[in-house]
Design a protein around this ligand. Structure first.
Ligand code: ADP
Length: 260
C-alpha cells in the first residue's frame, strides 16, 4: 500500500483564493488510474483551506465564539477541493471516496492522538481509494486546530503499514535553500542532519523554508518507522506514475537511520 500526499501548491494556485489547477488535477488522476496500486491519497489545502483558516486563526485554537464560523468555512473549503479531486479520480476510473479527517481524528496540541482506522482499512481492503486532506479538527488542549496533510500522510503511512510515502510538491525535492528564491542544490538524500542544518539556517519565527521544514519532520517520522519516503515534483508529467510503480525518479529520499 502506498500513501501519496499531493501538496496544495500542486493542485491549486496558492496565491489566488479558491483557485484549483484543473489540468494538473486531471493529469494526476490519470497517472493514479494508470498506476493501479493500493493507495491512500491525501491532499493539501493550498488556496482553499489556508486563507480562511488564517483569517480566523484556526490553527492557534479556540479564543472566541465567532471562530466557529471560520472553522466551518475552512472545513467546507476543503470539502469543495476534495470534491474536485475525487470527481477527477472517478472520471479517470479510480473508485475514490472522500473521507473527512475531522470525523476520524482528534489531536492534542496539534498532534494526532485519536485516529479511527476501521473504515479506512475496510475501504482499502475492498479496493477503494480513500481521499483525505488537511482539515480543521478538534483538539483536546486547543479546542480545535489545523491538522496538516503532511502529518496525516505520515501517520497513516505508519499506522497502515505503507511500503512507500510520496510527497508531491512543486519543486524537485529538498534543496540547500529555497530553489524559488536562491540558486540551490537538490539533496537526493535527506537525514535528521539535513533538518538540523535547515533549522540552523532559519532559527527565528520567520521560517524561510515555508512548509518544507515541517514536511521533512513528518517525513522523518515515517522513515524512522521503516517507510520508504520520497519528496518529488508532482508538476513533472509522469513522475507520480513512475513513483507509484516503484521506478526510480528524481527527488529527495528521506532516511532516518543515516550514520551522520
Ligand atoms: P505544499 O503546500 O505543496 O505541500 P509547501 O509549499 O509547504 O508544499 O512546501 C514546498 C515549498 O517549499 C516549495 O514550493 C519551495 O518554494 C519551498 N521551499 C523552501 N525552502 C525549501 C528547500 N530548502 N527545499 C525545497 N523547497 C523549499
Amino acid at each position: 500500500m502506498i500513501v501519496l500526499k499531493l501538496g496544495g501548491s500542486v493542485i491549486t494556485v496558492k496565491d489566488k483564493p479558491m483557485t484549483p489547477r484543473p489540468e494538473t488535477i486531471r493529469r494526476l488522476a490519470g497517472e493514479i488510474a494508470e498506476a493501479d496500486v493500493k493507495l491512500i491519497l491525501i491532499h493539501g489545502g493550498g488556496s482553499y483551506g489556508h486563507p480562511v483558516a488564517s483569517r480566523y486563526g484556526i490553527k492557534g485554537g479556540y479564543s472566541s465564539e465567532n471562530q466557529l464560523q471560520g472553522l466551518a468555512e475552512t472545513h467546507q473549503a476543503m470539502v469543495k477541493l476534495n470534491t474536485l479531486i475525487v470527481e477527477a479520480l472517478i472520471k479517470a476510473g479510480v473508485p475514490a471516496i472522500g473521507v473527512p479527517p475531522s470525523s476520524l481524528i482528534i489531536t492534542t496540541d496539534g498532534r494526532i492522538t485519536e485516529l479511527e482506522l476501521q473504515a479506512l482499512r475496510g475501504m482499502l481492503k475492498i479496493g477503494l481509494t480513500p481521499v483525505l486532506y488537511g482539515d480543521a479538527v478538534l483538539d483536546t488542549m486547543l479546542g480545535f486546530t489545523i491538522l496538516s496533510g503532511d502529518q496525516l500522510a505520515s501517520r497513516l503511512a505508519v499506522e497502515l503499514g505503507a511500503e512507500r510515502l510520496i510527497y508531491g510538491v512543486d519543486v524537485d525535492g529538498v534543496y540547500t535553500k529555497d530553489p524559488k528564491r536562491d540558486e540551490a542544490e537538490l539533496l537526493e538524500r535527506v537525514t535528521p542532519k539535513t533538518l538540523r542544518e535547515l533549522e540552523a539556517a532559519s532559527p527565528t519565527a520567520v521560517d524561510v523554508t515555508g512548509g518544507m521544514r515541517a514536511k521533512i519532520e513528518e517525513a522523518l517520522r515515517a522513515a524512522e518507522r521503516g517507510v520508504e519516503v520520497v519528496i518529488l515534483n508532482a508538476m513533472r508529467e509522469g513522475i507520480i506514475l513512475k513513483a507509484l510503480r516503484g521506478e526510480s525518479v528524481r527527488g529527495s529520499w528521506v532516511v532516518a537511520d543515516a550514520d551522520d
